[in-house]
Design a protein around this ligand. Structure first.
Ligand code: GRF
Length: 220
């Protein structure tokens, strides 16, 4: 099996990177993780990546004069290992248009809300504040518009009356850890691809591949 060469960009805890790394331990998973890049030194995600035997690079943004120069260094590292798909996983930097355009259709993100609701940060707090009953996470292609690229797949998570931002974040994170490796596999097996403003998928891809509903608490 030819495996898709995937690189993961992180800035912190790296639990989504960990989920991808666990999936990639399965010999049948169609992905090889060729590199993990962190823009911050000494973050937990780096230790986790090393525990999984992954190659890591710290490309510290504070050591570059401009965002553009930092991203050029990231780009060079990605290209040096033959990266075919870049996965953002808690990468807390807004990417310049130049970087995004050069990886167009080969750059994805996992976001902790049901987009297009709650772009940006503090999604769980904002979902609770607004009183939405269903929250969740989205995997999407990245464009220059923050959290605005074509949505690939989503998982819906019900909000329960006792939820806090913390409990909600934990349940959404579990959904992210299921959704992201699934979506990466769909791309690796060419079942999903970027089609400009939308996402094209193979005929065999159905709703069960793209829309997940987590059970109500007590119903699983
Ligand atoms: C996740 O909630 C992800 O959706 C968001 O940032 C968080 C990163 O968590 N983009 P982790 O670093 O993967 O644990």
């Amino acid at each position: 099996m030819t495996k898709l060469k995937v690189a993961i960009l992180i800035s912190g805890r790296g639990s989504n990177m960990g989920a991808l790394a666990r999936a990639a331990m399965d010999p049948d998973y169609p992905v090889e993780i060729v590199l993990v890049v962190s823009n911050r030194p000494n973050v937990a995600g780096l230790d986790l990546a090393i525990e999984h035997g992954l190659t890591v690079r710290v490309i510290d943004h504070t050591e570059y004069d401009t965002r553009r120069a930092h991203e050029a260094a990231v780009n060079e590292a990605l290209e040096a290992v033959g990266t075919e798909l870049v996965c953002l996983a808690g990468y807390m930097r807004i990417l310049e248009e130049e970087f995004v355009n050069s990886w167009k259709g080969r750059l994805i993100n996992i976001h902790p809300s049901l987009l297009p609701a709650f772009r940006g940060v503090d999604t769980h707090e904002r979902a609770l504040e607004k009183g939405v009953r269903i929250h969740g996470c989205s995997a999407h292609f990245v464009t220059a518009e923050l959290d605005g690229g074509p949505i690939i797949a989503q998982a819906a998570v019900p909000i329960t009356p006792g939820d806090t931002a913390q409990t909600l974040a934990e349940r959404v994170l579990d959904a992210e850890h299921m959704l992201y490796p699934h979506v990466v596999a769909l791309i690796a097996t060419r079942k999903i691809r970027w089609a400009g403003q939308s996402v094209a998928h193979a005929r065999e891809v159905g709703v069960k591949d793209l829309a997940f509903m987590l059970p109500l608490p007590g119903q699983n």
